[in-house]
Design a protein around this ligand. Structure first.
Ligand SMILES: [Zn+2]
Length: 122
């Protein structure tokens, strides 16, 4: 699976392990300095990280380089090439090279929705 990224700074969340009467795993952002819930199971630690990220609004969860589909001229999947969290606007690029500014309201499928359908090619 792809890196899971910190919704605050966009850096990848890192999987870390500590020893405490057995191994405990957790995800953390060492730039923003927080760590998520621990579990003896890596899968659960990943679930906790996903649940945390899911609580943030889409504009914070989308990252430069992600692909999404929006209510644009064509049905193409476009790539996010920039975002501004203060104005809530994203710059997107068509495969042909045209770029546009869109807002979250313009998006019909976010990257994680595309992934669910298995339609996003990496
Ligand atoms: Zn962070």
């Amino acid at each position: 699976m792809k890196d899971i990224k910190c919704p605050l700074c966009g850096n990848p969340l890192k999987l870390s392990t500590i020893e405490n009467k057995g191994k405990l795993h957790f995800y953390a952002c060492y730039k923003c300095n927080y760590q998520l819930r621990m579990s003896p199971h890596k899968d659960f630690a990943l679930e906790y990280a996903k649940i945390f990220i899911f609580k943030f609004p889409p504009i914070m969860r989308v990252n430069v380089g992600d692909k999404l589909r929006y209510f644009g001229l064509t049905d193409d999947v476009v790539t996010v090439i920039g975002k501004d969290m203060e104005t809530c606007k994203m710059r997107i690029k068509y495969p042909e090279g045209d770029t546009y500014i869109i807002t979250p309201d313009d998006v019909c499928e976010w990257p994680w929705e595309l992934e669910e359908k298995g339609g996003a090619e990496q």
